[in-house]
Design a protein around this ligand. Structure first.
Ligand SMILES: [Zn+2]
Length: 170
């Protein structure tokens, strides 16, 4: 279980407002989302989450709290304070969401990916919640979708033509 300890709500709030990039601040390598059990202590209150997404560096393993996970912690903290409790246990209610812009296509997203991967939900150009473009992923991710009958995967190959740079011209 991963533990996060904050001496005060202000300490947590400083972390909450810190914007994380998808790269590790220690080594610069890309981070990936991992699901973890988390215990978060804010002052004298303990919040336990059976499932929370963290950004983990692929190189050094350092972990960071993504924005949406911090929102979950903040919401849970306020619930516990309002109930005058000193601990709370929180479980996920489900992770699929249909965004308004794609209701006709019946697309269901794992909203946790959308809200936790830095940059995905901050598309200022389109500003439509849930809209994803472009989408980058490792091609191995397609293996999962190719074997499930409810998905159809079309793979297109694009030729890349090399254009000589000014340095390579003689
Ligand atoms: Zn790292």
């Amino acid at each position: 279980m991963k533990k996060y300890i904050f001496d005060s709500y202000d300490d947590f709030y400083n972390e909450y407002i810190t914007v994380r990039s998808p790269q590790c601040i220690e080594c610069g390598e890309d981070c990936e989302l991992v699901d973890s059990e988390v215990a978060c202590y804010i002052k004298d209150r303990k919040l336990q989450f059976s499932s929370m997404l963290l950004l983990r560096c692929k190189n050094c393993g350092r972990e960071y709290l993504p924005r949406y996970s911090k929102q979950m912690i903040d919401g849970a903290y306020k619930i516990v304070v309002e109930a005058n409790e000193f601990q709370g246990v929180f479980k996920p209610l489900g992770s699929k969401q249909q965004f308004d812009y794609c209701k006709e296509q019946n697309y269901l997203y794992d909203y946790r990916d959308y809200f936790n991967i830095p940059g995905l939900c901050e598309d200022r150009e389109h500003y439509i919640e849930g809209f994803l473009t472009p989408v980058y992923f490792e091609k191995e991710a397609l293996v999962y979708f190719r074997v499930l009958p409810e998905y159809e995967v079309n793979i297109c190959k694009r030729s890349i033509v090399g254009i000589p740079t000014s340095n390579s011209r003689s």
